[in-house]
Unconditional design. Structure first.
Length: 271
């Protein structure tokens, strides 16, 4: 007997990191929704025409304009990386008073779809005590819809990703499926920046790549994407840039290609 093809519907997909992970976990994306044009270009370039589980249907639009009632009971998983600024320690932490808070819209779409499972991720700030009542409100609404819910703070570096990236994850499953879910076990070791990037750093014949990799011997700060309200893409605040410098990486910009042969590294000239 064959297995049922699992389907997902994802909002706030960004450039597709979470969608890629779900694809690798066996999900076929009925749609990935994102408002940023450049992110959608990335989604279309990588998965717009092909993929191991078929092409992704990329919807470039505001999630407030979505109506998914026609997909009710046709989606197995509703997922999303709803915007983090309302809860980020780097912002004003306005929570529900921030116009970028999309949890209410996510709940509306969940009510329309009524999927067996829900996966939403946000920044660590949402786990703070000051947002207890807000989290409880979300849980109450999901439980009223028949879900059993749990939050958990996960660190990407515990799962072989060479950056910290702590994320507060919400998993909600309909009661009949809840007993089959378990949070993943962490890896026995962490991947360093040097281990992860050695192949790329040496692809243009840079003789110093091995030595650089040995010195880049820890995980990186969380990579951030920036926002239109804060000047666009960036690799992180001052403290993160200093952490990148200690790893032998120029943390003020993103390079277009690996260092060439003969590249000379020093504190004023980092790759």
């Amino acid at each position: 007997m064959g297995y049922k093809r699992l389907t997902s519907f994802e909002i706030c997909a960004g450039a597709g990191g979470q969608a890629l992970g779900l694809e690798q976990a066996g999900f076929h994306h009925s749609a990935v929704v994102e408002i940023d044009g450049w992110a959608c270009e990335t989604l279309r370039a990588n998965r717009g025409t092909s993929g191991p589980r078929g092409p992704w249907h990329v919807m470039e639009m505001d999630v407030h304009d979505l109506d998914v009632t026609h997909l009710r009971h046709k989606i197995d998983l509703f997922a999303g990386g709803v915007p983090c600024p309302p809860f980020s320690i780097a912002g004003k932490q306005l929570g529900a008073d921030d116009d970028r808070d999309l949890f209410p819209q996510a709940l509306k779409l969940i009510r329309q779809l009524d999927p067996p499972a829900v996966l939403l991720e946000n920044v660590r700030g949402l786990s703070q005590k000051r947002f207890d009542s807000y989290r409880n409100q979300i849980l109450s609404e999901l439980e009223h819809m028949g879900y059993r819910c749990s939050w958990k703070l996960l660190q990407s570096s515990d799962f072989l990703v060479p950056q910290l990236r702590p994320r507060f994850i919400l998993v909600a499953l309909k009661q009949e499926f809840a007993e089959y879910f378990a949070w993943p076990s962490t890896a026995k070791h962490q991947v360093t920046v040097g281990e992860a990037l050695l192949g790329l750093m040496s692809e243009n014949g840079w003789e110093g790549a091995q030595d650089w990799a040995r010195k880049a011997s820890s995980v990186a700060p969380t990579l951030v994407g920036g926002s239109k309200k804060h000047g666009g893409p960036d690799v992180g605040p001052t403290r993160a840039k200093e952490a990148w410098r200690r790893l032998g990486v120029k943390g003020t910009s993103i390079a277009e290609e690996a260092p060439p042969a003969g590249f000379c590294i020093d504190q004023d000239n980092l790759p």
